[in-house]
Design a binder for this molecule. Structure first.
Ligand code: 0X9
Ligand code: ZN
Length: 362
């Protein structure tokens, strides 16, 4: 299952069983449509990578290998963050807040122009390995903030890849991997925990599984994973005045606010709804007809899922403007969004971030 709510469902089906599945649906009068007829071909066309020469030229000219016409490996993303911290030390600093299961650093970039009394914003991406558009957009946002640093009205703490092991695995193993790369428990075979079910608020509730083989396996305990623990420890140690927590996923084009654990809403949901709608409006102005985002609370708009980063940030950290933003698209390409959509998707994300910053200042 790729995505879905009460009225629709996107599912991946092996070619051999298409006749059986279509018969099954037909008999139950369920309408269906084949959206991607050859997923392997879509994967092959998704990411036109730069040649070795182009890479070298880029690195020589810019000092890093990041650009936004293709999806980049973790090494390029981390290299870009290090480059920024080295090149703009007054503006950017990079810190590793911990290590992943396989020992990769979790690099957070702090961007601040030193302006006093501004709110702090947390932005993350890449909790789910296969949602490639998320780290691509988050790094584009970084680039924009650095290039417009005089105008910054907040201090930004940005973790572009929460799940670096999973992200790398989507390049080397399985393009559609979602979870982290945690080892199975004794006697088990299945790898990985869904990091967005592993946070410590309402852990193990609706929309989670105790079975390690499921895509929504919540782990063996709240914060059982080093990736989620690193985020918790970072916030416990930080004195910054966080007013917003934005976590970028794909796909579906939703601006979701808590709660995700069930269909209730927080006491100040009217503020979240209002700012969410303003953000959606700004995204439409930035991107036009393709940039329509639906606003609502997670469990009602999408589905109930407990142990998410957003619910934890809202309930435990008490960060007011907490949103999960599901980026493009609405299902035509799903997770396998061609790289040419990175820039338009990032531009609309920037418009949303701007709205949240303005709200955070009040
Ligand atoms: O299921 C998720 O974790 C998110 N959707 S995704 O397709 N990117 O996997 C939605 C999370 C919304 N927030 C909560 N349910 N807490
Ligand atoms: Zn996701």
């Amino acid at each position: 299952m790729w995505s879905g709510n009460d009225t629709m469902l996107d599912v991946l089906v092996q070619p051999e069983v298409i006749p059986r599945v279509s018969k099954f649906l037909h008999e139950r009068h369920v309408n269906y449509e084949i959206v991607i007829s050859d997923l392997q071909r879509a994967i092959e066309q998704e990411n036109p990578t730069l040649s070795a020469e182009e890479m070298e030229e880029l690195e020589g000219r810019k000092g890093h290998r990041m650009e936004w016409s293709s999806y980049h490996r973790l090494e390029d993303i981390h290299g870009y963050l290090d480059y920024l911290a080295e090149t703009f030390p007054e503006l950017c600093s990079v810190m590793s807040i911990g290590n992943s299961v396989e020992g990769r650093p979790l690099k957070v970039l702090r961007i601040s122009n030193g302006k006093a009394n501004v709110p702090a914003l947390w932005i993350d991406g890449g909790i789910h390995a296969r949602e490639w558009i998320s780290p691509a957009v988050v790094t584009y946002v970084i680039n924009h903030l650095v290039e417009n640093s005089e105008d910054l009205e907040a201090d930004y703490y940005i973790l572009p890849v929460v799940n670096p092991d999973g992200y790398e695995y989507t390049f080397r193993g399985d393009r559609l991997w979602r979870k982290n790369r945690s080892s199975p428990e004794k006697g088990g075979v299945c790898i990985g925990v869904d990091l967005n079910r592993n946070f410590g608020y309402r852990w193990g509730g609706l929309g989670t599984s105790k079975q390690p083989c499921r895509e929504i396996f919540a782990g063996t305990a709240p914060f059982s994973e080093p990736e989620t623990r690193a985020i918790r420890n970072f916030f416990e140690a930080s004195a910054a005045n966080f007013k917003a927590y934005l976590t970028f996923h794909s796909y579906g084009q939703y601006i979701l606010y808590p709660w995700g654990y069930d269909r209730r809403v927080p006491p100040d949901y009217a503020d979240l709804e209002r700012v969410g709608r303003q953000a959606a409006q700004a995204m439409k102005i930035a991107g036009g007809a393709a940039s329509v985002y639906t606003v609502g609370n997670s469990a009602t708009t999408l589905y109930a899922a407990s142990g998410g980063a957003d619910d934890w940030a809202k309930a435990i950290l008490k960060i007011k403007y907490t949103y999960t933003i599901e980026l493009r698209d609405t299902g035509k390409h799903g997770f396998v969004l061609p790289a040419q959509y990175i820039v338009p998707t990032a531009k609309e994300a920037l418009a949303a971030i701007d709205v949240v910053v303005q709200a955070s200042k009040l």
